[in-house]
Design a protein. Structure first.
Length: 361
């Protein structure tokens, strides 16, 4: 089955110009699509519109089910918010299982009853358990609440009786993820769930999300290209309310469709006129610029395509980012080097022919 999105929505507020969001893409079953774009590009508004929080024109379907005219609770989506949106007066376990209270299809009502039985006072629990067994037609034990099992899977089961205000950001986001998963959604929607976390927590939760999303259909919104590359099967790049490129991470990062996409995804973007050695190769098309990743640029090569002066060296984990100013170019060239030259040094730069792509302004 395929989730198909083809919609348009207009948003306006007092004193501001209307902002239009439009998108047309598909999500295959079991696929994670990441919506990537700068702040203000409309990606969160798009996700909220898909979820049913905003009116829109167009059509959203999941296989043969039309979702466009359904309210949010009828679209079979789980939603993970950037700001967690947990209930502060409820325990972690109650937050995680909140959605199952209102799930009355298939076995959902039985799961709800199981959660209720677990909370019955001790003297009455045996009676409630017998009722459960009669309803299920078996004599097995009352199952653990689904919310607790999910909390355990996400490593926070020991926090079940705590309250959200006492948790760290990473713990809250794990609880929010458990709550979204508890309703067994057909598609999981995630709105920048890692953006408010510190770097170590973000990396840890991103690793957990890779495992969770591997078995799900998901749409994930982020402005962070590292997260996009780590989680996406396909990427939808947005800018100013519109989709500007769709493709695999390899497509988007190695073959950006425009200078805008190249710059946002971290590639160097050089006017074709500045690279005479490449003009014959790309001049036949409509190309105006060449894009190349900083990690692909060779520094210190003899057969240079460009030469310039090192402006800055910035340490980044195990390597360094070298910024090189080139005469005649409005933007410096970024290069990664394990043995960086000193600022002020004159250096040669070479672009490997098999790692350069053309794009059109």
């Amino acid at each position: 089955m395929t989730l198909s999105v083809d919609l348009e929505a207009t948003f306006s507020a007092d004193g501001t110009d209307p902002f239009r969001v439009a998108a047309d893409f598909e999500v295959q079953r079991g696929e994670t699509v990441v919506i990537l774009g700068p702040s203000g590009s409309g990606k969160s508004l798009l996700l909220e519109t898909i979820a049913g929080f905003h009116d829109h024109d167009g059509r959203i379907t999941d296989g043969d089910r039309v979702l466009s005219d359904r309210p949010p609770e009828g679209r079979d989506f789980g939603f993970v918010f950037q700001d967690y949106a947990l209930f502060p007066h409820m325990t972690v376990l109650d937050n995680a299982g909140f959605g199952t209270r209102y799930e009355w299809t298939d076995d959902g009502w039985l799961a709800t009853l199981a959660d209720r039985i677990r909370s019955v006072p001790g003297r009455l629990r045996s009676v409630a358990s017998k009722l459960w067994q009669r309803l299920r037609g078996d004599t097995g034990p009352t199952p653990e609440p689904l919310g607790l099992r999910l909390l355990d899977d996400l490593g926070v089961a020991d926090l079940a009786e705590r309250y959200p205000p006492t948790l760290s950001g990473g713990e809250r986001q794990r609880v929010a993820l458990a709550r979204a998963l508890a309703v067994d959604p057909s598609t999981l929607l995630l709105d920048e769930p890692l953006s408010s976390l510190d770097v170590p927590t973000r990396q840890s939760l991103r690793d957990d999300l890779q495992d969770v999303l591997a078995a799900m259909t998901a749409i994930y919104v982020t402005h962070d290209r590292t997260t996009a590359r780590a989680l996406a099967d396909r990427i939808v790049v947005m800018n100013d309310g519109e989709v500007v490129q769709t493709g695999t991470p390899e497509d988007v990062f190695q073959r950006p469709a425009s200078p805008l996409v190249a710059r946002f995804t971290g590639s160097n973007c050089v006017p074709l006129d500045a690279l005479p050695a490449f003009e014959g190769r790309f001049r036949d098309g409509d190309a105006t610029h060449l894009a190349v990743r900083p990690e692909d640029v060779e520094i210190g090569a003899r057969d240079a395509d460009l030469s310039g002066t090192v402006e800055r060296v910035t340490r980044e984990d195990a390597t360094s980012r070298v910024t090189v100013a080139v005469e005649g170019l409005a933007e410096p060239i970024a290069v990664y080097s394990d043995d960086p030259p000193a600022p002020g040094s004159e250096v040669n730069l070479r672009f490997p022919r098999n790692r350069v792509s053309a794009c059109q302004a």
